[in-house]
Design a protein around this ligand. Structure first.
Ligand code: ADP
Length: 393
């Protein structure tokens, strides 16, 4: 039997990092009641209606927030899913569904899902230990180069190791891992799909992602991706098929590799708002954050069209600095038209920590790149040269 929708449902989020903060900001415009579970001092504190102090990987803390809300969601995958199953049994709406969250939070299970459901992805094998990988190489069952990925706990490139030569075999991650073929990548793309319990489904325009060399951290993205219309359509279709196959409600951010021969391979997916969708706050009528809330609340989904080409650039903590970064340091940026500054309220900058982002809108790719250079120049002019604004070409 369909449960009756509550008129003013309370939403809970596991995690109060920047994604939780931006979800809370989106919900605030509707007067919505929103609780966030995280530690004191997290970015969402002061934006959410209430910070529930606790740890999202602890069963009792997840149960404690879950029993106070009607709909519970996440901003990070590594939460206590046993508690989420219990909450589902008690009648709480939980999105993403805990069974699929378990699959996604383990890169091994995630890859097996793609394989068994027939989605294109790089070939892989699972290994229990570093020694088992070395043994496979010695026995000729595995050849270099390959990419080793920790099954659990990795993010922003931590837990990903590209094994290029024999000597790298001594530095393998000492963990159960996925070993993947090293794919030749022409461009990395991401597509965000949204789906609600009524079955409505929408996708945002694919974006191209440019990573910081060595750190595997997203440096900047451009929307829409500079690929053929056929590839744009194919990427959106893949993301739509994947969110349906996973039977998820809310968002699914799907990262893909475009190979030089024109194939699209799914790399990984995240069932929540994602760094690859931050530009949608200004560049789409409905941001990814509002869309996630609409989807989990079974509201009509919002318009995902791009209003304008956009570029989003992460503002990372400087490599050689730890301490506060006062927001007035950024003020020279505010004089630029259609340049939007977002800071995440993190009390302390650490090397490469995501401190905020900039979104730029302009009519063409050339204009976007020019604007990005101007923004970078202005940040340097205000004595912020210690900060990591330097662009990778
Ligand atoms: P994370 O979950 O930490 O973001 P990813 O699986 O996205 O890890 O890998 C990080 C980056 O490593 C990717 O964006 C891509 O540049 C590179 N990479 C990952 N898998 C492969 C692969 N099979 N072949 C080549 N490069 C890869």
């Amino acid at each position: 039997m369909q449960r009756k929708k509550k008129e003013s449902p309370t939403v809970g989020i596991l995690g109060g990092g920047q994604l939780g903060r931006m979800l809370a900001l989106a919900f605030a415009k509707w007067d919505g009641d929103l609780l966030v579970l995280d530690r004191r001092g997290c970015p969402a504190e002061g934006v959410a209606c209430e910070l529930v102090e606790g740890d999202f990987s602890r069963e009792e803390d997840v149960l404690r927030i879950g029993r106070r809300v009607d709909v519970l969601t996440i901003e990070i995958e590594h939460v206590h899913t046993g508690a989420l199953r219990q909450l589902v049994a008690e009648g709480v709406q939980v999105h993403p569904r805990p069974e699929m969250l378990d699959v996604i939070a383990d890169k091994g299970l995630q890859k097996q899902f793609y394989r068994s459901a027939g989605f294109p992805t790089a070939s892989f094998e699972l290994y229990e230990s570093a020694e088992a990988i070395r043994e496979a190489v010695r026995a000729g069952r595995l050849s270099l180069p390959f990419v080793q990925k920790a099954r659990k706990g990795g993010y922003d490139g931590r837990g990903v190791f590209v094994v290029r030569e024999e000597a790298d075999l001594e530095h393998l991650l000492p963990l159960p891992s996925v070993v993947e073929d090293k794919v030749e990548i022409a461009l990395e793309l991401a597509v965000i799909a949204a789906r609600n319990p009524s079955g409505e489904l929408r996708t945002y325009e694919p974006v191209e992602m440019h990573f910081r060399e060595g750190a595997n951290l997203l440096d900047y993205l451009i929307a829409p991706a500079a690929v053929s219309d056929a590839h744009l359509a194919k990427a959106k279709k893949l993301a739509a098929e994947l969110i349906s196959a996973m039977d998820l409600c809310g968002l699914l951010a799907v990262e893909m590799f475009l190979t030089p021969s024109g194939d699209l391979l799914i790399n990984e997916a995240a069932p929540r708002p994602h760094n690859s969708g931050h530009h949608t706050i200004e560049a789409a009528p409905c941001s990814q954050f509002e869309q996630h809330l609409r989807a989990i609340l079974d509201l009509p989904l919002g318009d995902t069209r791009l209003r304008s080409p956009a570029l989003m650039m992460n503002l990372l903590g400087p490599e050689d600095y730890q301490g506060p970064l006062p927001w007035r340091r950024y003020e020279a940026l505010l004089g630029l038209p259609d340049v939007h500054l977002h800071l995440y309220g993190k009390k302390e900058s650490r090397p490469f920590r995501k401190m905020g982002h900039l979104s730029l809108l302009a009519p063409s790719r050339q204009e976007l790149m020019r604007k990005m250079e101007e923004a970078v120049g202005r940040m340097e002019n205000v004595g912020a040269s210690r900060l990591m604004w330097r662009l990778r070409r």
